[in-house]
Design a protein around this ligand. Sequence first.
Ligand code: CTP
Ligand code: MG
Length: 220
Amino acid sequence: MAVALLVAAGSGERLGADRPKAFVVLAGRPMLEWSLDALRAAGIDDVVVALPEGWAAPEGCIGVTGGMTRSASVRAALAAAPPGEAVVVHDAARPLVTPEHFTAALAALADADCATAAAPVTDTVKEAGPDLLVTATLDRSRLWAIQTPQAFRRAALERALAAGKEVLARATDDAWLVERTGGSVRVVESTPANLKVTTPHDLRIAEHLLADRLPRPPAH
Ligand code: CTP
Ligand code: MG
């Protein structure tokens, strides 16, 4: 059975709310609870949550204090995880995740060390130097915007997270840590709707999308 690591220890500096981002109320509940619902609906009951100092874990979850960087929080959560050959890592900042995201990522571990949700890139992506002169236009058909959940064979994640502090600090996702230790990473197609709440603008969009999922009062 799979275990889940829900990383929720960030401060949410860019959101600028009065509390850590994962605890900001979104469509009536703390943001991290939306991800917990999706995990449970996917049949994943063993959940370790990496938390900011002083914040309690939601009921039924194991809580650990997160680290200075995202990957340090993942490492702290993994150290407290119960046994399980597959580990799925998810950012509490992606509250629109669905149960299918988790099951699809885990299924893709059949032939890869890591499988990550990803959306095809729809913008044209160019590379530019510090002088803002464009040096390349990338082939969009091969580009993916990486999201979470990311599923891992446990041994591959343990090996990846054994990297030094400076490497962990540079990682914007854990799949990269698997890549750099020679593991295979597969993308699993997702959609831009699984957005990451970073700014107040993102929060407003997420609020609208999640409000659509709430039961409506009966019409009279
Ligand atoms: N995260 C974490 N531990 C950290 C930093 C981030 O567990 N030391 C988690 C966040 O809680 C979030 C996810 O990693 O669920 C993605 O990070 P991000 O969106 O950058 O969230 P914050 O770091 O909280 O936001 P900001 O960078 O604006 O401060
Ligand atoms: Mg951050």
